[in-house]
Design a protein around this ligand. Sequence first.
Ligand code: ZN
Length: 323
Amino acid sequence: MIPLTNLPNTVSIREVGPRDGLQNEDRMLTTAQKIALINALNDTGIKQIEVGSFVHPRFVPQMADTAEVFAQIERRPGVIYSAIAPNLKGAQRAIAARADAVQVFLSTSESHNQSNVKMSIADSLSAAADIAHTLKESAISFEAVLSVVFGCPFEGDVPLERVLLIIERLLAMGAEQITLGDTTGMAHPRLVQAIILGIRERFPQVPLRLHPHSARGAGLANVLAALEVGVDRFDASLGGIGGCPFAPGAPGNICTEDAVHMLHEMGIDTGLNLPKLVECARRVEELLGHEVPGQVIKAGICGHIPNGEPRPWRAAAKALYAS
Ligand code: ZN
């Protein structure tokens, strides 16, 4: 087999910066700033934006205004504006806010689930069943996000069998997508492939999305590993901001513009306008008042002058490859 030839031609990126990114930042953006950021993201061609979460504001005060954000963002046709919710009450608030998709979130380890959503996995699964039932009546997509699939900061390795049991229950409830979260950046490429292949062996048709974190620098390597086993959906965050406030050492979603840059250079289409994404990442940096971990924002787009136009030598090089 020739390496790196059997990869998906297109990849879908869900921007999770407004939720996973901002919830881990000390500086709280105003509602108007969040709305302006999401409206700017609309111009990048992004098709999925995680707008916020419906959790108790005492636990995640950064997300307390998610309903107001939903009410005031400009909604482009064909774009899915989603929310996450840990329980029925949160899902009902998401429905009232007219979220296009609701993701229930739970962990694959008891300790992280207790820390994150203050309940057992069994209770989270029964909440998921209630959410699924309610969403069916509202014709809103029901999806699931699993945390710490590739390792738990409290318990270490997570048995694949437990991940499979949870996925089995969620699929039986009608989950349209399962997102595998590397919440604290404990994954590595071989583990990513082993878990994805293990899940596919049991559930060949399951629509999987990877939610990588770059806490230990393996984020984009894990994306490549997942691409090799056919995953074509990824979560990423502008500038690489984000993390999990309830997991020690969790900072850093993979950076959207870095991931898109790598994919585009590899000839994999994302449908996204990279210079516009970089503009959005700069806006995030300004709003947060600190440098973001992303690399492209510092190094620039390969072969492009700062306004995003390709350099002539770049076009010539591409033509050479094509011939
Ligand atoms: Zn995350």
